[in-house]
Design a protein around this ligand. Structure first.
Ligand code: ARG
Length: 589
């Protein structure tokens, strides 16, 4: 498993070395090498540098050229404009670098220099409730980031901080105590949608009936309230019923995860309840250290910059005046666990941007308490999913949209697209592909936007074959695979660095060279959309290559092998990149 630096990176290094040789004061200055339309690369760094050191940028650029030792990598370098360097790499070096990449299972992608341990909190649905589009975003973004970080060699611990604790469980459990058969499996297991949907239907029924009683019957309300301390102190009967509710929910969650095609492991589902036993210690420590103070009976942490609209401070409430713990206490206990026990260097939280204030206050509290090193925690806040009307996505009745309904619809739409194009696919294959295309479309639409932005959930656009969609990428992949099927035994890829490349081949090859660097950026900045944009560009560059450069009918054997080599590396890069985004690339479409 050899890691192969990109040609871009080694050219960058050469220019940087030449710059330090030409101008020792400029050692470690960045030559600012970028891809360019004029040549393969342009280095702009000499401009600012000459200005800063009081020299002439064109002269400095010429000195850099003179200091550059001859190498096989750079075919041409010239000073242009006010002091740019235009650099053209050699076809030979380009193909050799790609060949080294192709020889590696990981496509030569380097590991991070100093991998650490990241605990990532994502996909955190709430027990006894439906999953909605917010949970979609957290799940899809979190899953992609896990893959990208792991691929770079980071140790990643996944945490699904599900909402499985709190006062609402008093009501649900008390109802079950009084109506022991409420969650019994009737014949509804056979209902359309399977086990998961049936489980959710039972939970909905339990929720509705207990809510109705809670709102209409004062005596029940009181009994429900008394159930909460019984749960928190671990009363066996209460806990058993609580487990029953949580298990039903997990059955439902897993059915959604299966359809979404994400792997969520039971061992990583460590919900709010898991920190119950630590909450008293958290409160004690915060109070003793003075980080939190009692205010009107509640234990609060105050912040200079957190004030409500009327100027009164908005505190973080760690413990309510009735002694109950809320969302903040659990998050604080989780931080202690993640830093102290799990030895995390980095804590990530893939959570809706609307919880930004909560996390700012929680991180700052943990920092003051000495539980969290400065800057070690970060919320990867994501924007809202909007309907076509530009408002938060709701059903016509104004209710939150059930995630399963959305996914089902996406798969249905995809089936139409797949069926239209399908040539030699069986009915079963069509259904299979429809799932991969439909779910891929939903994930890609989410991941191709920068995560902080809101986006419109528009299935027509998502499953379109035109434009920046996963289907477009999946087709590019399937098209390449079909070349190899058609070529059969004779379709043997082999790199030929001695050949001169056509412009479309060079453009494709130069982009292939950037895969590892793109992944490094996507990982460092937690930005899966940079990987998505890279893959879209790759598929877009493949089309003109395919139209202008005949592959199986190339003029010479060497050219044919070299083009097959570019095809193969493009396909493997698409496959690898899409897999990191959690999206399938079917062999045939
Ligand atoms: N369960 C919460 C929700 O559905 C998200 C939990 C986020 N994670 C956390 N550590 N607070 O909104």
């Amino acid at each position: 498993m050899a890691s192969v630096p990109s040609l871009a990176a080694s050219v960058h290094q050469r220019v940087s070395d030449a710059l330090s040789a030409a101008l020792p004061e400029a050692a470690s200055a960045d030559p600012l090498l970028r891809r360019s339309d004029r040549a393969d690369f342009q280095a702009n760094g000499m401009l600012a540098l000459a200005k800063r050191l009081g020299g002439n940028p064109r002269e400095l650029a010429a000195q850099v050229v003179a200091a550059l030792p001859a190498s096989g990598e750079i075919a041409r370098i010239e000073v242009s404009g006010p002091g740019f360097l235009n650099i053209t790499v050699s076809d030979d070096a380009l193909v050799r670098t790609l060949a080294a990449r192709a020889a590696d299972d990981r496509l030569g992608v380097p590991y991070a220099d100093a991998p650490g341990t990241t605990v990532i909190d994502y996909s955190q649905p709430n027990v006894a409730k439906e999953m909605h589009v917010g949970h979609l975003r957290s799940t899809v973004i979190g899953d992609a980031i896990v893959h990208i970080l792991e691929h770079r060699g980071e140790r990643v611990v996944r945490r699904h901080h599900i909402g499985d604790w709190g006062t609402q469980f008093g009501m649900l459990i008390q109802y079950l105590v009084e109506h022991p058969h409420e969650l019994d499996h009737e014949s509804d297991a056979a209902q359309a949608g399977g086990q998961g949907e049936a489980a959710m239907a039972r939970l909905n029924r339990l929720y509705k009936s207990s809510r109705a009683l809670f709102d209409s019957d004062e005596a029940f309300k009181a009994r429900a309230r008394d159930r909460v301390p019984a749960l928190q102190s671990g009363d066996p009967e209460t806990l058993a019923l609580w487990h029953k509710i949580v298990d039903e929910s997990k059955t439902y969650f897993h059915s959604v995860y299966d359809e979404l095609d994400v792997e969520i492991r039971d061992a990583d589902i460590v919900g709010e309840s898991a920190y119950n036993d630590d909450l008293h210690q958290v409160v004690k420590d915060l109070e003793e250290s003075g980080v939190a103070v009692r205010s009107e009976g509640a234990l609060c942490v105050f912040f200079e910059d957190a004030k409500g609209p009327d100027g009164t401070p908005t505190p973080l409430i760690v413990q309510k005046s009735n002694g109950g713990f809320g969302y903040a206490a659990t998050d604080l206990a989780a931080i202690r666990n993640r830093v102290g026990e799990l030895k995390a260097d980095t804590l990530l939280y893939v959570v809706d941007a609307r919880q930004a204030l909560h996390f700012r206050m929680v991180f700052e509290t943990a920092r003051r308490a000495g539980w969290l090193p400065e800057g070690a925690a970060r919320q990867l806040a994501f924007g809202t999913v909007l309907g076509k009307d530009g408002k938060p996505f709701k059903t016509r009745e104004g209710e939150t949209v059930r995630l399963v309904d959305l996914l089902d619809e996406a798969v249905e739409r995809a089936a139409v697209v797949v069926r239209e194009k399908a040539q030699d696919l069986s009915e079963e294959e069509i259904r299979d592909r429809a799932a991969q295309v439909g779910i891929g479309a939903v994930k890609y639409a989410d991941l191709s936007n920068s995560m902080t932005r809101d986006y419109v959930f528009d299935l027509d656009r998502m499953v379109s074959l035109q434009g920046d969609t996963s289907v477009y990428l999946q087709y590019a992949y399937a098209r390449i695979r079909s070349i190899f099927r058609r070529g059969g035994e004779g379709a043997r890829p082999a790199a030929h660095p001695e050949l001169e490349l056509a412009p479309q081949e060079r453009a494709l090859a130069l982009h292939l060279d950037e895969f590892g660097d793109t992944l490094a950026t996507a990982a460092q900045e937690y930005e899966p959309h940079k990987l998505a944009a890279y893959l879209y560009e790759l598929a877009s560059l493949y089309s003109p290559f395919y139209e202008n450069c005949p592959v199986l009918s190339a003029a010479t054997e060497a050219e044919r092998e070299n083009r097959l080599f570019l095809c193969d590396l493009t396909a493997r890069t698409l496959h690898q990149g899409m897999a990191l985004l959690g999206i399938r690339t079917p062999e045939k479409l």
